[in-house]
Design a protein around this ligand. Structure first.
Ligand SMILES: CSC[C@H]1O[C@H](OP(=O)(O)O)[C@H](O)[C@@H]1O
Ligand code: ADE
Length: 288
């Protein structure tokens, strides 16, 4: 059985057209998720929608409860997660209004909990390929009528301030990144730990700070572009739901088995309180 979750970023606080739609409160051992989670069906596909910043945009990129969000989705039986985020562009040819199907990340965040694991139960998963290629392929196949760039490196910064010109040029000219945002990390890492397939659609809202003709990022410009993109994002969600209808295949890239050999702490040395907190995320390997 599969269930597709959409994590909606800035400007995306609900999705429409769900049958049997209801907002559900999900409790997690990692605290409250950003908001209630909207569940329902789009055609044949079971859906879940979570507004990353909460309805009304309550959470900053630093205070988004990333662990509770991913745990809550896992508890709801989610198998696939697609993030839809606003981002700045480092490339002239990736223009405001375009979408980028991210395939790599540089994680520069530093003030967030980045793992479900730690003292008492240590695990190391691979995030060499942080995005599920099967899910990325499904998004790509569903993106008719949208200017979608296939692949791009997303720099995740701490924020909440936008970058200085020097930082923007470093990320662009020296590090070769394509887009910048504040939220996809540690979300993508946590999704991998929770054995969820994860893909990220970055909607370009601005040219960040490097561009000689657009050297300050303005929130008014971002909001205007997001409004213009909202319908395209909704169309994309409906189309992906249709593409993914049917039983969930074993992930050919192993996202759904990421913890298979990842846990280092021997069974006798594991802290039972931590193991209990990991029931949803790692129950398959800890209690299986
Ligand atoms: C509204 S501009 C900055 C804000 O927008 C992006 O949020 P999200 O990734 O959730 O769409 C960016 O990462 C910042 O949090
Ligand atoms: N330029 C930018 N930097 C970081 N996050 C963003 N979100 C939208 N535009 C952004």
């Amino acid at each position: 059985m599969s269930r597709l979750a959409i994590i909606g970023g800035s400007g995306i606080y609900d999705i429409d057209g769900l049958e049997d739609a209801k907002w559900q409160t999900i409790e997690t051992p990692w605290g409250q998720p950003s908001d209630k989670i909207l569940t329902g069906r789009l055609g044949e596909t079971e859906m879940a929608f979570l507004p990353r910043h909460g309805r009304g945009h309550v959470h900053s990129p630093t205070t988004v409860p990333y662990r509770a969000n991913i745990d809550a989705l896992k508890r709801l039986g989610v198998t696939d997660v697609i993030s839809i985020s606003a981002c700045g562009s480092f490339r002239e040819d990736m223009a405001p209004g375009d979408f980028v199907l991210v395939d790599q990340f540089v994680d520069r965040t530093f003030a967030r909990e980045k793992s479900f694991f730690g003292t008492g139960c240590v695990a190391h998963v691979s995030v060499a390929h942080p995005v599920c290629e099967r899910l990325r392929g499904a998004v790509k196949a569903s993106a008719a009528d949208i200017t979608l760039h296939d692949g791009g490196t997303y720099l995740a910064m701490e924020g909440p301030q936008f970058s200085t010109v020097a930082e923007s040029k470093l990320y662009r000219d020296v590090w070769g990144c394509d887009v910048i945002g504040m939220t996809n990390m540690p979300e993508a890492k946590l999704a991998r730990e929770a054995e969820l397939c994860y893909a990220s659609v970055a909607m370009i809202t601005d040219y960040d700070s490097w561009h000689p003709d657009h050297d300050t990022v303005q929130i008014t410009e971002i909001i205007a572009t997001l409004r213009g993109n909202a319908e395209k994002a909704r169309m994309l969600v409906r189309a992906v739901a249709e593409t993914l209808a049917g039983p969930h295949p074993d992930c050919p890239h192993g996202c759904d088995r990421a913890l298979e050999y990842a846990i280092m702490t021997g069974p006798e040395a594991r802290d039972p309180d931590i193991v209990a907190k990991l029931d949803a995320v790692a129950g398959r390997v800890l209690n299986g």
